[in-house]
Design a protein around this ligand. Sequence first.
Ligand code: GLU
Length: 560
Amino acid sequence: MNDLEKIVYEHGLLNAKKHKGKANPGAVVGSIMSTHSELRSKAKEIGQIANSIVKNINEINIENQEIEIANLGIKTTEKKKKTEKGLPDLKNVDGMVVMRFAPNPSGPLHIGHARAVVPNSEYVKKYNGKLMLRIEDTDPKRIYEPAYKMIEEDIKWLTIEIDDTVVYQSDRFPIYYEYAEKLIKLSKAYVCTCTKDKFKRLKDESKPCPCRNLSVEENMELWNEFPEMGVGQAVLRVKTDLSHKNPAIRDWVAMRIVDEKHPRLGDKYRVYPMMNFSVAIDDHLMEITHVLRGKDHLANSEKQKYLYEHLNWKVPEFIHYGRLKMEDMALSTSKAFEGIEDGTYTGWDDPRLGTLRAMGRRGIQAKTIIDLMLEIGVKMSDSSISWKKIYGLNRKILEKFTNRYFFVSNPVKIQIKSNKKFSQNNSLKIKRPLHPDFLERGDRELSFNGEVYIPMEDLKDGLLRLMDTINITIFNGQATFHSSSFEQAREEKAKIIQWVPVNENINAEIVMSDNSIIKGLCEVAVRDLNVGDIVQFERFGFARLDKKEKDKLIFYFAHK
Ligand code: GLU
């Protein structure tokens, strides 16, 4: 066996162990892809190897498979365990797994969308399948034109790979019409001209409305007149079960008249599909095998099943996940939109919003969002998340790769009285590592000449240590040299604070999570940073450089 075959064999055995001795080649490839990212480019080759090796493994009985696992000393890796913890295996995998993310273009993506797209993406990786993006733009009232572009940008930011072909439902009206006609001809759909109230009254009593019994010919006539009808004058209904225990499912609306202008279609069409109609038709035609959606869509899945039945189509596997409750997070797209319009928010990336772009601007990492969503998984029970949780995950990532600097908020100048001579020409060069755990990154250098800025809030009577420099006593706003050693500062429990030289510093503003601004001064080493870089301001917190102005740097605060 060559190296690749060996890897396939080991993953195959583990997969067999999980599934009563029968491994699945797709799952084996997926498992390899998720633990050996370096092999992703060889997915195809691995797929071929997996087909033959899995066949051999499945012929070994379970007991001998166990012995092989023990003999070879195969262990599941951390990463694999984690994936399994969050995401259960997909049911009924038979051939290529095709999934989709189907947002409405009503705004950029927020963390609630991540709830849908992340597990979708993780599953297609696991099964070496395909993830499609379908833009559900069949309700002009819920379209925000810039969102078309924003959604793709956000998906990219999240590092999620989607199939190259983006499907726009607005391109597919002729297809929806074709199936509407087909259903009418099959007597599975009818044009209903009853008033809403009348239909509801009858439906609630499980009675058919008069339109339900019209002939196919009469229906086709109405269907042809449909585009000329007024808003609300008629709808196309899909026949279901009039005694279904949920009245909402009884003969649901598939098409209606819409008079608003569509940003991509203008007024080309008046007959518009309802969500359930276009979704089910597209899921089938796009060969979606597994539909992952929130449990608020349970009744919709139920509605859609009737359509699959009428058209004799195979129902995809529906997976419903629980609600995501977000404490202290402004989330609703419509509220965000209103706030942006009336100037409450600065834009879609206002730090108070739960959009992915707002989070990214603050230095929240895509990986944080992905890890969080995988931890929550796709269970039916509701989950809650909070900023605190997000910050905790993000801190773990940032702590390692960000460098440390001094930022002094609300700076006050102090001149340290001392019989030692500190002066411009006789300044101390203070070196402090960019990161104490990664000394190879080098040092920053600050010059100390006895005159420094410290944060206003630290100017209190008592002993202070200026980091890596000297210890000073503050009394009545006056600073006096006390001692030099760190040990002494520690013994006397001095507060250890950051500082910046008075003659060498840079203006900085930090936009906080409530959009308030903290002004201050940074040490000069931040001059080398690029927009987008994230730093850790000592004693202050993590922040992302958002903008470099001529005499000022603007950061967005991430978290402590
Ligand atoms: N566009 C729908 C939504 O975002 C899709 C629902 C579905 O997953 O079928 O709610």
